[in-house]
Design a protein around this ligand. Structure first.
Ligand code: NAD
Length: 351
């Protein structure tokens, strides 16, 4: 074997039902005394509750999806004004993303408390949007020092959003099997992540008020993000990035719709990875496993439903081909990608 794998320096604490205690322990471990809590308005009450006993000097609730530049500037200004020494983010990928934007220019440490399955908390990737163009980059400064996972905080995440977000996590697993820096460690994390999500997500749908399914899915989501952080973005993520940016589509739902089409396209080029994913998904083939799971979850199916215009298919396909990662297991031709995007747009079964 010959490969190089980066393991990111981060503490991960699973604390189901005990976010407040877990957070207090991480604040004490960092020795910080002037916290800025970042949480969107939807997560504000939840954040207030779990940070009640902490040395919070400012609560920042101005969170917007995809981190617009002016939103990042306001958060940076607030951090400076209140002279904070650490950031606590409580929320989904948008909230973690805002904390990362502040950390990027200030170097402030982040403690992340995720409330979706997006996984941003386990990566050193930041993203910001200026004039409708999303820029991403990687910087060790933005990697949260610690994560506190409490599945009970996800009980309020509506089932439909849980499904989309959970399939976004599964997409991290699947794409990690062939992404540019894939290696045996990423693949081991990805396969176990896929298994946990396959078990957990149907439980979330069947029993939305139970912590058990949310907990399994959250564990899977963490593994998926760790694999993705190391493997990098494969074809699936490039496609979603292009579509999301061009048509302002919702992040998690776009991943949920596109994933089966990319899996069907790439699977023949990676027979061993395909078989490992099939086993993780509990089916004879990976495609079949994903199809069954999507049926169980009543997953979103078409880009048209998400608001993408049909006339956008040719431009999107061209942009995907231009952005395609080197070393994709199958040639990324304009014809193939046009067909893939069209199937995802129509919501037909992948071929
Ligand atoms: P999000 O953070 O925008 O949350 C989606 C919706 O769910 C919001 O309305 C939010 O208020 C609500 N919500 C979140 N938690 C809730 C809860 N527990 N109960 C009720 N409502 C809740 O969406 P997301 O899918 O978590 O994150 C998407 C963003 O994260 C995108 O901008 C994406 O690019 C980014 N992202 C970045 C990385 C990375 O590594 N940098 C990885 C994944 C996603």
């Amino acid at each position: 074997m010959q490969f190089v794998h980066d393991t990111l320096p981060q503490r991960v604490r699973f604390a189901s039902g005990a976010a407040a205690e877990g957070l207090a322990a991480e604040v004490a471990a960092l020795g910080v005394r002037r916290l800025m809590v970042i949480a969107g308005t939807a997560e504000k009450d939840l954040a207030d509750r779990i940070t009640a006993g902490l040395p919070v000097v400012h609560r920042h609730n101005d969170v917007v999806m995809h981190v617009p530049g002016e939103v990042a500037q306001r958060a940076r200004a607030a951090a400076a004004e209140w002279d904070v020494d650490a950031l606590v983010s409580v929320g989904g990928g948008s909230t973690t993303g805002l904390a990362k934007a502040v950390a990027l220019t200030t170097g402030l440490p982040i403690i992340a408390v995720p409330t979706t399955y997006a996984g941003s908390e386990a990566t050193a990737v930041w993203g910001m949007t200026e004039d409708s163009v999303k820029t991403t980059g990687t910087d060790p400064k933005v990697l949260p020092r610690a994560i506190v996972y409490d599945a009970a905080l996800l009980l309020s995440l509506p089932v439909e959003l849980s499904v989309a977000s959970g399939l976004n996590a599964l997409a991290h697993c699947v794409d990690s099997m062939w992404a540019p820096r894939t290696d045996p460690i990423n693949q081991a994390l990805a396969v176990e992540g896929a298994r946990a999500l396959r078990v957990g997500l149907p439980m979330v749908v069947a029993q939305p008020d139970s912590v058990e399914g949310r907990e399994k899915a959250l564990y899977g989501a963490y593994l998926s993000a760790s694999a993705f952080a190391s493997a990098g973005a494969g074809l699936h993520h490039k496609i979603c990035h292009v579509l999301g940016g061009m048509f302002n589509l919702p992040h998690a739902q776009t991943h949920a719709v596109v994933l089966p089409h990319v899996l069907a396209f790439n699977a023949p080029g990676v027979p061993e990875a395909e078989q490992r994913l099939a086993a993780a998904l509990g089916a004879p083939t990976a495609n079949e496993g994903l199809a069954r799971l999507r049926d169980q979850l009543n997953a979103p199916r078409s880009l048209e439903d998400l608001g993408m215009p049909e006339a956008g298919i040719p431009d999107a396909a061209e942009a995907v081909v231009a952005a395609a990662p080197a070393g994709n297991p199958r040639p990324v031709t304009l014809d193939a990608i046009t067909e893939l995007v069209r199937m995802a747009w129509e919501g037909t079964e992948p071929r």
